[in-house]
Design a protein around this ligand. Structure first.
Ligand code: NDP
Ligand SMILES: O=C(O)C1=N[C@H](C(=O)O)C[C@H](O)C1
Length: 250
């Protein structure tokens, strides 16, 4: 069987470098290009890439995806910075290239995907929910894409269940003291040398609390998800948001 021809964008970055090694080590894949900033996107076409793993920056990702979709190259995207407006633009591009697939995964690690699922399940049963994400100080954005997605899923689950708004009598003395507000869920961002990527979902009810914590201790935690996403995206046209759609979590 012929190998899947895969390229990595952001190949010299923290996660991109790990993805290059993972693709090279996969028996069913061939790494045909490993591009960094300033490299020509035309290389993707010249190399015959069937799928691209996009791990760059929020400032670069849209231009890269525009190119990939126009050339019918499937994409697996870990880069953060997704807004409704960006998703709408990407969906419109995909409408014009109906056989192309794009997976956007706020987090590729199985533990983080399960954290989101467990938080979504628990959200309706607790009066209070807050999200704390903790990352290395080189991270470009805050809050993390994972924390934003987690908070959105929690808020949606609470809205579906008709859960009352969170109790909070605070009058804040300093802006930011209660974190960012993502759909009514407070999200707090910590940047600390020594950390990689971590998240806690804190849930509280009368007389009890539940903490769901996940720790990515190495970039290798993201690789099984990247490889799975790459194998699946080539046969899944359109936009898929979240690795959970390629997992059987039930
Ligand atoms: N979904 C997930 O599971 C994960 C997602 N991420 C996300 O992935 C992204 C990258 O993270 P990280 O590796 O830590 O960041 P880094 O800054 O280490 O890496 C980004 C790399 O992309 C390069 N780059 C920038 N623009 C382009 C471009 N147009 N074409 C090709 N390469 C480009 C940068 O080059 P230069 O240094 O020259 O600017 C850099 O080498 C972030 O958005 C992060 O949040 C990270 C881990 C897991
Ligand atoms: O920048 C990182 O490191 C990570 N980014 C993603 C995010 O913003 O959620 C995924 C993971 O947290 C690591």
């Amino acid at each position: 069987m012929s190998k899947l021809r895969v390229a990595v964008l952001g190949a010299k970055g923290r996660i991109g470098a790990e993805a290059v090694r993972a693709v090279e080590a996969a028996d069913d894949m061939e790494l045909v290009a490993a591009l960094g900033r300033g490299d020509r996107l035309e290389t993707l076409v010249d190399s015959g890439a069937q799928a691209v793993v996009e791990l760059t920056t929020p400032a670069s990702v849209m231009g890269n995806l525009d190119f990939c979709v126009r050339h019918g190259i499937h994409a697996v995207v870990g880069t953060t910075g997704w807004t409704d407006e960006r998703l709408a633009r990407l969906t419109a591009w995909l409408d014009g290239s109906p056989e192309t697939g794009v997976l956007i995964a706020p987090n590729f690690s199985i533990g983080a995907v399960l954290t989101m699922r467990f938080a979504e399940q628990a959200a309706r049963y607790f009066e209070s929910v807050e999200v704390v994400e903790l990352h290395h100080p080189g991270k470009a954005d805050a809050p993390s894409g994972t924390a934003t997605r987690t908070a959105q899923l929690i808020a949606a689950a609470r809205a579906r269940a008709g859960t009352a708004p969170q109790p909070d009598a605070t009058v804040t003395a300093l802006d930011g003291a209660r974190g960012a507000d993502v759909d009514g869920i407070p999200v707090h961002s910590v940047r600390l040398r020594g950390l990689l990527a971590h998240q806690e979902v804190l849930l509280g009810a009368e007389g009890e609390t539940l903490t769901i914590r996940h720790d990515s201790l190495h970039h290798s935690s993201f690789m099984p998800g990247i490889l799975l996403g790459t194998r699946r995206v080539v046969t899944t046209p359109g936009l898929t948001f979240g690795l959970e759609h390629f997992l059987d979590l039930n």
